[in-house]
Design a protein around this ligand. Structure first.
Ligand code: GTP
Ligand code: MG
Length: 199
């Protein structure tokens, strides 16, 4: 299976980027993981690559403050700083938000942005704003629902409906949603296959 093949090898940390001129050469396929602070971006990268401590995850919102590049053969996996709330000084947050927006709107080789949404919360105004930026930048994006292990079964369908309704207003959005739990491993194989299919 293609997804397994792509993710059979080792993923390594390449670099943390703090400014656009620090980005590695745009010479290969790239996917990124965007989302509100604490939504589970770094945890998802760890689950996808099968390496627990690869991307630093933490319960403190604002843990990831740089654009972190991970590489494996023909692919960059990019862990982004969160948007929305962050437990850091305003000036620092503003700097990395500017970088985040510059990256999302200006990276030529960015094939797909995965926008992570907490299964318990659905799409918030800040998510809508990022999605609009992706629309205008013509970056195709796909919603990945996170922390599926934390949502009550009866709340899943209403949340999915909210997400679908909001996504229908975003031309750059893929309609297919991926429900995941980095904790339990749900949806991880599916997501690997999606990424492998981009090659
Ligand atoms: P920032 O880098 O601060 O933007 O956060 P992030 O989006 O990278 O989130 P991170 O992966 O650091 O996870 C935040 C918290 O959520 C951590 O305490 C994780 O253990 C927890 N978490 C992430 N994914 C899951 C999940 O699938 N299930 C559960 N129960 N907890 C999760
Ligand atoms: Mg992070």
């Amino acid at each position: 299976e293609k997804g397994r093949m792509l993710f059979a090898g080792e993923t390594t940390f390449l670099k943390g980027v703090v400014a656009m001129d620090g980005l590695p050469p745009a010479d290969r396929l790239e996917v990124c993981f965007a989302g509100r602070s604490n939504v589970g971006k770094s945890s998802l990268i760890n689950a996808l690559t099968g390496r627990r401590g690869l991307a630093r995850a933490s319960n403190t919102p604002g843990r990831t403050q740089e654009i972190n590049y991970f590489e494996r053969d023909h692919l960059y996996l990019v862990d982004l700083p969160g948007y929305g709330f962050a437990n850091a000084p305003v000036a620092v947050v503003e700097k990395w938000q500017r970088l985040l927006k510059a990256y999302l709107s200006g990276r030529q080789t960015l094939r797909r942005a995965f926008v992570l949404i907490d299964s318990r919360h659905g799409i918030k105004a800040v998510d809508d704003e990022i999605m609009s930026l992706l629309d205008t930048s013509a970056v195709p994006f796909q919603v990945v629902l996170t922390k599926g292990d934390k949502v009550k079964a009866k709340d899943v369908e209403p949340m999915l409906n909210q997400v679908r309704t909001k996504l229908s207003k975003h031309p750059a959005a893929y309609p297919e949603l991926v429900m995941t739990s980095s904790e339990k491993g749900d949806g991880i194989v599916t997501l690997r296959s999606i990424i492998a299919g981009l090659e």
